[in-house]
Ligand binder design. Structure first.
Ligand SMILES: Cc1cc2nc3c(=O)[nH]c(=O)nc-3n(C[C@H](O)[C@H](O)[C@H](O)COP(=O)(O)OP(=O)(O)OC[C@H]3O[C@@H](n4cnc5c(N)ncnc54)[C@H](O)[C@@H]3O)c2cc1C
Length: 369
């Protein structure tokens, strides 16, 4: 079977990997350099964690997601992941951590609740201003995202039945005929076409308001020497003590030290300017001040603008479209952790003719909810 994949982010590359492992021919088209530094998958890290609020379907997918990453490490010959454990904090009326703990207890992966004094003892680097409840889980960690994408692209380039085409933008797709037209006018055909175009998907297919590009900003901090060692051991923190959820990525294995929020902007053009303004990050800075000890001695190393592709309910869209096409958009700001799994499973469904509706339901995290 021959499959065309549009987009060489983690989703497109993982699908190509899943297909190539089973001997299928794949041609991947990427509109820019491969990998594209502007892709959502191209940041130093992305988090993987079990706590998922009420979303039991996604919480259940985390173990298979870890298994899929393990398979990838074995194919790549290197592990691009560091375990940190997961610390979930809530306060100010928010109850995401409690709801996550309930969901995880129901599926046999209970979190441990820490008293506030235990929290201060175990994590002396936190001020924990506004924290009312704290939950800990030993699992979870940091995926070295851009290194994964780069290594996967290199691995695929060495597979005889995979063709990678950088700087080749697909202009039109016909998902009934399995046909695409590139910016140089050439027409390419396959048994199946997978559109994994990230925040650019609306340029190729009429997605309306269903999948919206959402401009997001993260801050990389520089820490004073005396605070680096303690943070280099983690933990990952998911903090919901205000209106906006905040996540914190510790500087594992020499990578950066990052904070972002999970408030969707629901605006922005992925081809537009990528500069962030100081006022855009002011609320985030204020939250950090309350949470971290010694924060006033931290300095901003750099800001990064990156795009989510969001749905209203934050569920993934992986759907058969036309006789010979799939739209693959597992994002809403939480897709990377499932990249290897989403790729392997879509490859399996395409190659073995599994029920597309069931696949879409599974990818939307609806199984077991
Ligand atoms: C700030 C931020 C923090 C995040 N944190 C987390 C996290 O902690 N945990 C987590 O699990 N997820 C997280 N995510 C989400 C995750 O990064 C994304 O869900 C995932 O990377 C999406 O991958 P993708 O392959 O769909 O898209 P992309 O990586 O954007 O890849 C799409 C590719 O398609 C190419 N393309 C587009 N149109 C065309 C065309 N017409 N022709 C050819 N090529 C085309 C693009 O150039 C691009 O390279 C975060 C995202 C952001 C932005």
């Amino acid at each position: 079977m021959k499959v065309i994949v549009i987009g060489a982010g983690v989703m497109g590359l993982s699908t190509a990997w899943g297909l190539a492992r089973n001997g299928h021919h794949v041609e991947i088209f990427e509109q820019a350099a491969l990998p594209n530094p502007q892709a959502s998958s191209m940041d130093e890290h992305r988090l993987i964690r079990h706590p998922y609020g009420d979303h039991a379907g996604y919480a259940r997918m985390i173990d298979p997601a870890f298994a899929a990453w393990d398979l990838l490490w074995s194919d790549l010959g290197r592990k691009l992941y560091a375990a940190t454990g997961t610390l979930a904090l809530t306060g100010n009326g928010a109850d995401w951590a409690e709801r996550s703990a309930l969901t995880l207890a129901a599926i046999g992966r209970p979190m441990t609740e820490l008293t506030l004094s235990e929290l201060r003892r175990r994590f002396p680097q936190l001020n924990a201003g506004g924290v009312e409840r704290a939950f800990w889980l030993d699992t979870g960690g940091v995926l070295f995202a851009q290194d994964i994408v780069t290594a996967l692209a290199r691995y695929l380039a060495n597979q005889s039945h995979v063709r990678l085409r950088a700087d080749m933008q697909i202009r039109t797709v016909d998902l009934d005929l399995g046909r695409v037209t590139a910016n140089d006018g050439t027409v390419h055909e396959a048994d199946m076409v997978v559109v994994a175009a990230g925040a650019w998907v609306g340029r190729l297919l009429p997605m309306g308001q269903r999948l919206l590009p959402s401009r997001q900003i993260v801050i990389y901090f520089r820490l004073p020497e005396d605070q680096r060692a303690v943070w280099a051991k983690g933990p990952m923190i998911i903090e919901k003590t205000g209106d906006v959820g905040l996540y914190f990525v510790p500087p594992m294995e020499g990578r950066g030290f990052k904070v972002g929020d999970h408030e969707f902007s629901r605006t922005g053009d992925p081809d537009g300017g990528r500069e962030a303004r100081e006022e855009e990050i002011a609320p985030l800075i204020e939250r950090c001040r309350g949470l971290f000890k010694g924060f006033d001695s931290w300095t901003t190393d750099r800001l990064k603008v990156c795009f989510y592709t969001v749905t209203d309910d934050e569920r993934f869209v992986v759907e058969k479209t036309g006789a010979k096409g799939w739209v693959m958009s597992p994002c809403s700001g939480h897709g990377f952790k499932f990249g290897a799994l989403m790729g392997l499973e879509l490859a399996r469904t395409i190659a073995s003719n599994r029920d597309p509706l069931q696949h879409a339901r599974w990818a939307a995290g609806l199984e077991g909810e």
